[in-house]
Every structure is written in structure tokens, then in C-alpha cells.
Design a protein around this ligand. Structure first.
Ligand SMILES: *[C@@H]1O[C@H](CO)[C@@H](O)[C@H](O)[C@H]1NC(C)=O
Ligand SMILES: *[C@@H]1O[C@H](CO)[C@@H](O)[C@H](O)[C@H]1NC(C)=O
Ligand SMILES: *[C@@H]1O[C@H](CO)[C@@H](O)[C@H](O)[C@H]1NC(C)=O
Ligand SMILES: *[C@@H]1O[C@H](CO)[C@@H](O)[C@H](O)[C@H]1NC(C)=O
Ligand SMILES: *[C@@H]1O[C@H](CO)[C@@H](O)[C@H](O)[C@H]1NC(C)=O
Ligand SMILES: *[C@@H]1O[C@H](CO)[C@@H](O)[C@H](O)[C@H]1NC(C)=O
Ligand SMILES: *[C@@H]1O[C@H](CO)[C@@H](O)[C@H](O)[C@H]1NC(C)=O
Ligand SMILES: *[C@@H]1O[C@H](CO)[C@@H](O)[C@H](O)[C@H]1NC(C)=O
Ligand SMILES: *[C@@H]1O[C@H](CO)[C@@H](O)[C@H](O)[C@H]1NC(C)=O
Length: 886
């Protein structure tokens, strides 16, 4: 009976297997298992074992097949970006005769583009952008006659642009070669690419002239040749590009005049010719460009007057003509530029007065007229537009009173009125200014108390002003004490009453001497003001010092008094236990591998023990954390050791360090872990060479791995586990820079019935602020520490006090995201990196909120990090921290 039923079961299984095999053949005809394609994919080593185990490669990540089962698309974004550097050559391209799309952007690909790429006869979309490819563009690329998009931007490709491209790429619409090291001239033959709409050649080393044949590209909408070494004239044929919307020729060596014919480019929206050697006058025909929004002619040798016709550009938002030799006056017609936000005419020879109606342009935000010969008053009758935030009128011959408020913008402005002939008292209301410079003028009288906004003064208000320069005037009297809070104040070369005028001022604010008064001698008096600062500096220094001494003594003792290891009764299962390990570990092997925990094998010393590296007879390497005998007498060390065993034996997660086993005996206490080759995240960030290896995508990967581990502990464990000591030191990296959370000595189960009150543990600099006044441990304490670690990973160092400024809406308006990032690695240029960084930063800032309740949960953070990033609202370089705080 038993035999019969098992036979029946066998029969059913066989039938089922047969059915499945047939069914899969019906769904995927045999040709779908194109062995040469499959072989080439496996051979590349780019796909992980998980996907390789699915028998049909058409179902692997990033692979799309046609009906006949032949690969038509390979898309790189699903590869494991954490694997070691991928070589483009490892993919045998000749095996994919039907490939239409090859997207391998931002994978850290190295090597050169193989010439075999020319065999992909059907290829239409090629994207190899944002990698580290070098070598030359192989001429065989021109065999790809079906190409529609060709993008190799942001690599290190050299050589020249093969002229044969122009003969074969008749369908090409997008050509992106920017940010490489391509040399030589732009081939005339590019003029044959009749379908071309977008041509980006910027940031290379191209030489020669702009070929007039480019004028044949009738469909071209964007032409970008910025930052090359192109010389000669701008060919008039460019004016035939009737569809052109953006013409960007900045930072080359172009000479000659700007062709009058450019006025025919009726669809032009942005024209950049800055940083060249263009001469002659500004063509009046530019006034025809009714769609023009940006006109940048700065840093050339243009002369003559500004044509009145420029005032007819009804869409114009930005006008930069700075650093030229323009003379004449500012046309009154500029009052018609109602869309204008930026006007920069500085460093010219412009004379006359500032047209009063310029201040009626309601969108004007930035006005730079410095280094000219402007005279007369600063117009004040009408008042300043609400939007104006940035005014520089320095180095002119302006006279009379300063109008007030000089700035009136909602955010924080800067005003530089220095080096003029301005006189009289300064207004008591200056608007929302952070930097105010009226040095080198003829002001006299006493300095009024500077109100920020009309009428109301609150102590927080006046801190807007961070820099005030009153030097080289003839101010008299004493100073209002409220000014003493301004961090940078220059009072030198005035006629203040000394020393009464300076009572209460910080010595470092008083740069230089006034003629009547020796400020240097005054400084001595001020020294007593800073004991508070002294403590802030001295305390950590002392602590560090003590720590160093402590570690030093400790190492000395270890070295001189080598403790002979006493064998514990190892065979007793409870004392020595190994699990979670796919091999055999014997107690003796560990003792042997470390020569009784010899100092030679010690790779680190932590809070309550040392970590050793042990190579087992099988060749496998494990890490051992050993509690020293002396410390094992200490009940709290002992407790945390046992705690770690308890925690780690309950949880398993790919981002939590694997505990293989332990030995717990009062004479021999050690834990056996998986070995993480690269050590801690803190270590990796502190060594320049290691930090350079941590690319943006790897850092984002480390942060999301950490988030996954914490989300698992908080939300998938019952009761939840709180780590309580999340720091960059407790995040370990393996050879592939995969991150795991370690050090569970202080971790705690959150018992829903108890109050969870506990002694404070954790590391200074990572502790949530509420722990200063409450002993209550919640998951949100880990969330805060995670926020610090995420910030530290992007910045390359601990953010320290900067955290406060980042969260303070007064300061974070002036902090650019790009300036926060670790400067040891290249600023992120590729979209995927910039979006991911902004996404991580936004979450990190949310985790740092001072109110624990308003911090997100780790589950939310991990989920957010795993979802696709939103595209950025602004160019990356323009995003401030303030914009990331919801
Ligand atoms: C498939 O997966 C198993 C484990 O699940 C692994 O042992 C085997 O090596 C994998 N096969 C391939 C071809 O990678
Ligand atoms: C690449 O693939 C082609 C076609 O399947 C094959 O003939 C050739 O031997 C392969 N080359 C290498 C280096 O594997
Ligand atoms: C399989 O690949 C080879 C090239 O290696 C190609 O000649 C053949 O046509 C492909 N088979 C199918 C069914 O697409
Ligand atoms: C591919 O391009 C190379 C170099 O341009 C050329 O010599 C070769 O004949 C081309 N092959 C085909 C099949 O067109
Ligand atoms: C050139 O034009 C592009 C618009 O396509 C713009 O993004 C870029 O910033 C410009 N470069 C410079 C240097 O102005
Ligand atoms: C101007 O162009 C030169 C090279 O021609 C470049 O080195 C420099 O950085 C450019 N300046 C600006 C402000 O773009
Ligand atoms: C205009 O050109 C100047 C000088 O090259 C540059 O500093 C400025 O950023 C440019 N403005 C824009 C909007 O591209
Ligand atoms: C500064 O002002 C005082 C009186 O207010 C005047 O006597 C003195 O001449 C002035 N000095 C200069 C250099 O203008
Ligand atoms: C200012 O005072 C300091 C210290 O009292 C003295 O050393 C210095 O020579 C004085 N400078 C002038 C310009 O009088």
C-alpha cells in the first residue's frame, strides 16, 4: 500500500515534469534558447547567479528578446552595481546580431569600446554614458547605419571624431560626445547628418574652426560646443539653422565679430558666446530674437554702445555683457525688459546715470553694474523691486544718499556699494541683507542701529547680517551695541570715539585700526570673553588625549604581559557553539590560527575587546572578537558580550553581520563572525585612497543597505530590536563594499510592557538629542543616528556642528548641496547619481529632525531608498539644503 502510493506520486511528478517541459517549449520555442547569445551573457559575468539560474535568459534582468527569442535589448541598470569593475570587453558583442538597444550607462565600465561593436547592424540606441571608458572611438561604429541615439558622454575617451560617422549615420538624431578628451577638428562630414537634432560636443579638446557645413543641419535644435579650443570666426552659415533653440559656444577661442545674421535665428532661446575673444559691436539684429531668454556675451572684447534694440527682447531673462569694453550709457529702453531677472554689465566703461525705471522691473533679482563710470544718484524715488536680492554697484562714481531699503527680497540679499562717492548718514533700515559693504565712500555721522525690517526688532532678526563693512568712511560717535553680534564687521579707518565706541565688540570683528584708535591694544581687553569657547574646544581635546593614553597603556600591557591562553573545556557544547557556517570550525583551529590570540593577528581594538583575523585550515577567514580576561570580570562587559550573542543568534539579514558561533566561558570569551575585508565605514572614509574608491553609487548602496538592516530590526523582529549605537564605526564593508551593521553589544529588545528606561549608551555625535533629557529608548534614536551616518557617508566626514546649520532655516538657504559632498571624489554629474544623492540627503535630514515623532520610521526610509528617485526640480548645482527640508 505504501509502495503503491509512492509509485503513484512518482508517476504524477514525472507527468508534471513532462508537462512543464513541453509547456515551456510551447511558450518559448526552442529557438528562444539561442545558445550563443546565452553563452555570451553568461561569459560576461555581469549577471548574478540568481538570474543565471532562470533557464531562459530572455527573463534575466535588463534583457529583452523579440518573438523569435533573440536578444534585442540589453539595459544595464539592473546589474549588481556593487560588483567589481565591469569591463565592456567582457560582453561578446558579436553574439547579438539582432540587438537594437544597448544601454550601459553609469555602470563604472572600464576599458575601450571594442571594434566588434560595428557588427551590431541593427543597433539604434547606444548609451555608454557616465562610465570610465577610455581609448578611441572605433571607426567601425560608422557601420551602425541604423543609429538614432549615440551617447558616450562623461567618459575618458580620446582620439578624434572619425569623419566616416558623417557618411553612415543618416538616422542619427542625438549625438552626445561631451565630457571626454576628444581632440582634433570637428569633421566637415557631420554636416551630412540630416536628421540630427541635438549635438553636444562640449568639454573636450576639440580644435580648428566651426565647419560651415554645420549650417546644413536643418533640424538642429541644440548646438553645444562649450569648453573646447575652437578658434576662428562664427560662420554665418550657422544662421541657416532655423530650428535652433540653444546655441552655446562659450569658453573657446572664437574671434572676429558676432555675425549680424544671427538675428535670423527666430527660435533661439539661449545664446551663450561668453569667454571668447569676440570683438566689434553687439549686433543690433539680436533685437529680432523675440524668443530669446538668455543672452550671455560676457568676457569678450566687445566695444561700442549697447544697441537700443536689446531693449526690445520681450522674453529676455538674463543679460550678461560683463567684462567687455562697452561704453556709452545704459539704454533707457531696458525699462521694457519686463521678464529680466539678471542684469550684469559690470567691468565695462559704461557712463551716464542708472535709468530710474530699471528699478521698476518687478522680476529683477540680481543687478551688477560694478566697475564702470556710472555717476549720479542711486535712484530712490520709486523704491526697490521686491525681488531684488543681489546688488553690486561698487567702483563707480555714484553719489548722494543710499536709498532705503536698499534690498527688499524675501530671502537674503547682498549689497555692495563700496568705492563710490556716497555720503551722508546711512539709512536705519537696510532690508534683509546678509552682507552689506559701503566701504570707501564719504559717509559721515554716527552709525544708526540697523533695523532689518521696518519697525520690529527681535534679537533673532538682526543676526541676518553676517558681514558689515563700514571701513574707509568718516563715521563718528559710538557704535550701537546691537552691532556686536555681527560675525564680521570692519570698522577701520573711521573717526569713532576710542575706546568707548568698541565696548562689547568682539576683537575679531574689529579688523584693522582706526586712525585715532589702536584696536590691537583693545584686543587684549576682549580676551576674557571666550572661556565658553575654550571649554567647547578643550573638552573633546582632553577626551581624545585621555583616550590615546588609555589605548597606549592598554597596548603596552598586551605587548609586555602576553596572556597565556588557558584552554577552556571546549568540547562542552554550550561553551563552544558554531552554527550559521557552511563548513567546520573546531575550537582548536581557532586557537591555532591565531596562535592563542597573538597580537600579530589583532586587527582592531574596540570598547571591550580586541578583534582578530583568523584563517582556518579550510582557507576561510573569520573575524574573532575576544573579551580580554581582565574585562570579562567586569559584569557590564560580560553582559554586553552575552547580549550580542543573544541578539545575533535571533536575527539573520544580508545587511547584518553574520555570527558564526561563540565560546562563552569565564576564561575564554570570543565570538566568531564573518570577516569583512574592508573594515569599518569610518575607516574607509578616513583614508583618502579608500574614500576615492567609494563612488557615489557605492555610497548610496551602503546607506540603503544600512537602512534595510535597521528596518528589519525595528519592524520585522518581534519584539523590535533597537541597536542604540549606530555609527560609521559599526558599519562594516566586505571586499565588494557591501555593508553590514555590526556591534550589537548595546542592542536591546523593545519590551512593549516595560518603560524601556535604561542607562544611556551610544556614541557622542550620533546620539539623538532627546536622549539628553529622557532615558526612554525608542526606534527613533536609531533613526537619528542613521541620519548622521548617511550624512557622514555623503560628506566623507562627520558633520559635527554643521547638523544644526543644516536644519536651521536661517542658515541652510545659503548651503548648496554640491558644497556638502565629499570633495575627494568627482562632483556627481550623471543624473542617476545626482538624483540619488538628493534623495538620500532629503531622507537623512528628515531623520535628523529634533522631534523624534516627526522622524520617519526606518521602514519608510528603506522603502523610499528602494523606490525610483524623482527627477530634480533644478539643476543639481543650484539646489540648496533648504529646498530639501519639507
Ligand atoms: C544555481 O543556484 C544554486 C544554488 O541555488 C547554485 O549552487 C548553482 O551554482 C547555481 N547555478 C549557476 C549556473 O550559477
Ligand atoms: C563571440 O560570439 C561569437 C558568435 O557566437 C563566437 O563565434 C565567438 O567565438 C565569440 N567570441 C569569444 C571571444 O567568445
Ligand atoms: C542565434 O545567434 C546566432 C549568432 O550567434 C544567429 O546567427 C542566429 O540567427 C540566432 N538565432 C536566432 C533564432 O535568432
Ligand atoms: C565596417 O567599418 C570598417 C571601418 O570603417 C570597414 O572597413 C568595414 O568594411 C565595415 N564593414 C562593413 C560590413 O560594412
Ligand atoms: C550650454 O547650454 C546648455 C543648454 O543646453 C546649458 O545647460 C549649459 O549650462 C550651457 N553651458 C554654459 C557654460 O553656459
Ligand atoms: C574660459 O575659457 C578658458 C579656456 O578657454 C577656461 O580655462 C576658463 O575656465 C573659462 N572661464 C570660465 C569662467 O568659464
Ligand atoms: C555667463 O557667462 C559668465 C562668464 O562666462 C559666467 O560666469 C556665467 O555663469 C554665465 N551665465 C550663465 C547663465 O550661463
Ligand atoms: C570727518 O568728520 C569730522 C567732523 O565730523 C571732520 O572734522 C573731518 O574733517 C572729517 N574728515 C574727513 C577726512 O573728511
Ligand atoms: C597698538 O598696540 C599694540 C599693543 O598695545 C602695540 O604693540 C602696537 O605697536 C600699537 N600699534 C600702533 C599702530 O600704535
Amino acid at each position: 500500500m505504501v509502495a503503491k502510493s509512492s509509485n503513484l506520486a512518482l508517476f504524477i511528478i514525472v507527468v508534471w515534469l513532462l508537462f512543464c517541459t513541453t509547456a515551456s517549449y510551447l511558450i518559448f520555442p526552442p529557438s528562444s534558447f539561442n545558445n550563443s547569445e546565452r553563452h555570451a551573457l553568461i561569459q560576461s559575468g555581469w549577471w548574478s547567479h540568481d538570474s543565471i539560474n532562470i533557464s531562459n535568459h530572455c527573463y534575466w534582468y535588463g534583457i529583452v528578446c523579440d518573438h523569435a527569442g533573440s536578444v534585442v535589448e540589453i539595459a544595464g541598470w539592473d546589474f549588481n552595481i556593487n560588483s567589481k569593475s565591469l569591463q565592456l570587453q567582457s560582453l561578446n558583442l558579436t553574439a547579438f546580431p539582432n540587438l537594437v538597444s544597448l544601454y550601459l550607462s553609469q555602470l563604472g565600465l572600464t576599458g575601450s569600446i571594442p571594434k566588434e561593436i560595428g557588427t551590431l547592424k541593427k543597433l539604434s540606441y547606444l548609451d555608454l554614458s557616465c562610465n570610465n571608458l577610455d581609448g578611441k572611438l572605433p571607426p567601425t561604429l560608422s557601420n551602425l547605419t541604423q543609429l538614432v541615439e549615440f551617447d558616450v558622454s562623461f567618459n575618458a575617451l580620446g582620439g578624434t571624431i572619425p569623419s566616416s560617422f558623417g557618411h553612415h549615420w543618416e538616422s542619427l538624431i542625438l549625438l552626445y560626445l561631451h565630457f571626454n578628451q576628444i581632440e582634433g577638428p570637428i569633421p566637415l562630414e557631420l554636416g551630412n547628418l540630416k536628421s540630427l537634432e541635438v549635438l553636444y560636443l562640449s568639454d573636450n579638446s576639440l580644435t580648428g574652426t566651426i565647419p560651415s557645413t554645420l549650417g546644413l543641419l536643418e533640424k538642429l535644435t541644440i548646438l553645444d560646443l562649450v569648453s573646447n579650443q575652437i578658434e576662428g570666426h562664427i560662420p554665418v552659415e550657422i544662421a541657416n539653422l532655423k530650428q535652433l533653440q540653444i546655441l552655446n559656444l562659450s569658453s573657446n577661442s572664437l574671434s572676429g565679430q558676432i555675425p549680424l545674421e544671427l538675428g535670423n535665428l527666430k527660435r533661439l532661446e539661449e545664446l551663450y558666446l561668453s569667454n571668447n575673444s569676440l570683438a566689434g559691436t553687439i549686433p543690433y539684429t539680436l533685437g529680432n530674437l523675440q524668443q530669446l531668454q538668455i543672452l550671455n556675451l560676457s568676457s569678450n572684447s566687445l566695444s561700442g554702445q549697447i544697441p537700443l534694440e536689446i531693449g526690445a527682447l520681450a522674453s529676455l531673462q538674463q543679460l550678461n555683457i560683463d567684462f567687455n569694453q562697452i561704453n556709452g550709457s545704459i539704454p533707457l529702453e531696458f525699462q521694457n525688459l519686463i521678464m529680466l531677472t539678471t542684469l550684469n554689465l559690470s567691468h565695462n566703461m559704461i557712463s551716464g546715470v542708472i535709468p530710474p525705471k530699471l528699478f521698476q522691473l518687478t522680476k529683477l533679482a540680481s543687478l551688477h553694474l560694478s566697475n564702470n563710470q556710472l555717476a549720479g544718484n542711486i535712484p530712490s524715488e520709486i523704491g526697490i523691486p521686491d525681488s531684488l536680492c543681489d546688488v553690486n554697484l561698487s567702483y563707480n562714481k555714484l553719489e548722494g544718499l543710499i536709498p532705503f531699503p536698499i534690498l527688499n527680497c524675501g530671502t537674503f540679499g547682498e549689497a555692495d556699494l563700496s568705492n563710490n562717492l556716497l555720503s551722508g548718514n546711512i539709512p536705519s533700515k537696510i532690508g534683509n541683507v546678509v552682507k552689506f559693504d559701503i566701504s570707501h565712500n564719504l559717509h559721515s555721522g554716527s552709525v544708526p542701529f540697523l533695523f532689518i525690517t521696518e519697525g520690529s526688532y527681535t534679537p533673532g532678526n538682526k543676526l541676518f547680517l553676517t558681514s558689515l563693512d563700514l571701513s574707509y568712511n568718516n563715521f563718528t560717535g559710538t557704535l550701537p551695541i546691537e552691532l556686536a553680534d555681527i560675525p564680521h564687521i570692519n570698522l577701520s579707518f573711521n573717526s569713532f570715539e576710542c575706546p568707548q565706541a568698541f565696548k562689547g565688540f568682539h576683537a575679531e570683528s574689529l579688523i584693522g585700526n582706526t586712525p585715532k584708535c589702536n584696536v590691537t591694544s583693545f584686543v587684549q581687553v576682549q580676551k576674557t570673553k571666550s572661556p565658553k569657547n575654550l571649554i567647547v574646544i578643550a573638552l573633546p581635546v582632553t577626551c581624545c588625549f585621555l583616550l590615546i593614553i588609555f589605548v597606549g597603556i592598554f597596548c603596552y600591557i598586551r605587548r609586555t604581559k602576553k596572556v597565556k591562553f588557558e584552554q577552556c573545556s571546549e568540547k562542552n557544547g554550550d561553551l563552544f557553539s558554531i552554527w550559521n557556517y557552511d563548513g567546520k570550525i573546531a575550537f582548536e583551529d581557532i586557537i591555532q590560527a591565531t596562535h592563542d590570540f597573538d597580537i600579530r593577528y589583532c586587527i582592531g581594538t574596540g570598547g571591550y575587546g580586541s578583534v582578530y583575523r583568523a584563517q582556518l585550515p579550510s582557507g576561510k577567514i573569520v573575524a574573532l572578537k575576544k573579551l580580554h580576561q581582565r574585562e570579562s570580570q567586569n559584569p557590564s562587559f560580560d553582559r554586553s558580550f552575552r547580549n550580542e550573542v543573544k541578539m545575533l543568534s535571533q536575527i539573520r539579514h544580508r545587511n547584518i553581520v553574520k555570527l558564526h558561533g561563540f565560546c562563552l566561558h569565564n576564561r575564554c570569551m570570543f565570538l566568531v563572525y564573518e570577516y569583512m575585508e574592508r573594515g569599518s565605514l569610518f575607516y574607509a572614509l578616513s583614508i583618502d585612497d579608500e574614500a576615492k574608491e567609494l563612488t557615489w553609487s557605492k555610497r548610496v548602496h551602503i546607506i540603503s543597505g544600512t537602512a534595510n538592516a535597521l528596518a528589519y530590526m525595528h519592524h520585522d523582529c518581534s519584539p523590535p530590536i533597537v541597536h542604540r549605537d549606530v555609527t560609521s564605526n559599526n558599519i562594516l564593508l566586505n571586499s565588494e563594499l557591501h555593508a553590514v551593521v555590526s556591534d550589537f553589544g548595546t542592542a536591546r529588545l523593545l519590551d512593549p510592557d516595560s518603560s524601556n528606561q535604561t542607562l544611556q549608551v551610544g556614541t557622542y555625535g550620533y546620539l539623538a538629542p532627546e536622549l539628553a533629557y529622557t532615558m526612554r529608548v525608542t526606534e527613533k534614536c536609531d533613526v537619528y543616528s542613521f541620519g548622521v551616518v548617511a550624512l557622514e557617508t555623503l560628506m566623507g566626514m562627520h558633520p559635527k556642528e554643521l547638523i544644526l546649520s543644516l536644519l536651521d532655516s536661517c542658515h541652510n538657504k545659503n548651503i548648496m548641496v554640491k558644497d556638502l559632498l565629499d570633495s575627494r571624489i568627482r562632483i556627481p554629474l550623471c543624473q542617476r547619481d545626482t538624483e540619488a544623492i538628493v534623495h538620500v540627503l532629503k531622507l537623512a535630514l528628515a531623520c535628523l529632525r529634533s522631534n523624534p515623532k516627526s522622524r520617519p520610521s526606518m521602514q519608510q526610509v528603506a522603502y523610499e531608498l528602494s523606490t525610483s528617485k524623482q527627477s530634480l526640480p533644478l539643476p543639481f548645482a543650484e539646489i540648496t539644503v533648504h529646498q530639501l527640508i519639507a
